[in-house]
Design a protein around this ligand. Structure first.
Ligand code: F6P
Ligand code: MN
Length: 330
């Protein structure tokens, strides 16, 4: 089996990008170690702080954010970084060619119950000149690499550099990522969906109707039975979709009118959308491909509907029908 380094050296990507991906991969090995030690290392539980989005931070959110910041600063190829856990962008190396956006530990609510969590990353080209927030406001189509590391029964990495999607599995004996699937492909059709059903009464009409039709199973318009899964960590739900198909959505809702969307564009939606498109799936807000969004600020949130191409297309048909709902501004 090829190691990640061997795989990258055979690709037509710049050596600096390969180096950056190896830096991210090496840091994830340390994160995996910290996550595995859990209570033994005293890293579980809440920290005494909130992030810029007003969410309580877990100790591991802060620890993993610091690990990534330190290693990306030492890498040499990163001009600046943006993290879900940082209020502002962090300038790193004026000579760096890349900008990195990351969610250091996605699915924080799973940390204390020993369930799936992961790191999500997105690499953008750095425009010339001093790095500012404006430098990061590029559409997801500009990403030169994206992926995630999943800290589960095995530690895995999903990667795209624009040439399909590859899975690597961390060999615990050698501490090396090994290529275990060179061409990840999402099945076009599915009968599995993932949504937080407890928000049902807050969704807009298109999603209400779409999910209601899935629940009707054989006796409804879809004429087949659907199963539901919800890991409560996007990284885990997207991994399942990449492995065996499905549709994952965190739709617009009016639970909190000041926060109609949950997932972050730069740290979650864009990297996952690139992976999904590279694996032959689709990723949309309901009204637009996620990768076509022109970001307005780094912490912006969006509605996400992604997965098996035909199922996402069906869900989008419900959004094209004439309901009175307007998509709230970002
Ligand atoms: O980062 C946000 C996140 O943790 C996602 O990973 C996940 O899909 C979602 O929130 C879970 O939200 P909920 O609390 O509604 O299940
Ligand atoms: Mn997250």
């Amino acid at each position: 089996m090829q190691t990640l380094a061997q795989y990258l050296s055979a690709q037509t990507i710049s050596p600096s990008l390969s180096q950056l991906i190896l830096t991210l991969a090496n840091t994830s090995k340390e994160i995996s170690h910290a996550v595995q030690h859990g209570a033994l290392a005293g890293v579980l539980g809440a920290a005494d702080s909130e992030n810029v989005q007003g969410e309580t931070q877990k100790k591991l959110d802060i620890i993993t954010n610091d690990m990534l910041k330190d290693s990306l600063a030492a890498d040499g190829h990163v001009k600046a970084l943006a993290s879900e856990e940082e209020d502002f962008i962090v300038p790193v190396n004026p000579q760096g060619e890349y900008l990195v956006c990351f969610d250091p530990l996605d699915g924080s609510s799973n940390i204390d119950i020993n369930s799936l969590v992961g790191t999500i990353f997105s690499v953008l080209p750095a425009p010339a000149g001093e790095a500012t927030e404006q430098s990061f406001l590029q559409s997801g189509r500009n990403q030169v690499a994206a992926g995630y590391m999943l800290y589960g029964p095995s530690t895995m990495m999903a990667l795209t550099t624009g040439n399909g999607v590859q899975f690597f599995t961390l060999n615990p004996e050698t501490n090396e990522y090994l290529l275990t699937n060179e061409q990840v492909t999402i099945s076009t059709d599915t009968s599995e969906f993932a949504i937080n059903m407890s928000n049902q009464r807050f969704w807009q009409a298109p999603m209400q109707t779409y999910i209601a039709d899935l629940l009707l199973g054989e006796i409804g318009p879809r004429q087949k039975s659907f199963n539901m899964r919800w890991i409560a960590a996007m990284v885990g739900d997207v991994h399942r979709v990449l492995c065996r198909g499905g549709i994952f959505t965190y739709p617009t809702d009016n639970k909190n009118p000041n926060k109609p969307y949950k997932l972050r564009l730069m740290y979650e939606a864009n990297p996952m959308a690139l992976l999904v498109e590279q694996a032959q799936g689709k990723a949309s807000t309901g009204y637009q491909d996620i990768l076509d969004i022109e970001p307005e600020h780094i912490h912006q949130r969006v509605a996400v509907i992604l997965g098996s191409a035909n199922e996402v297309a069906t869900c989008l048909e419900y959004h094209q029908q004439n309901y009175n709902d307007q998509e709230p501004a970002l």
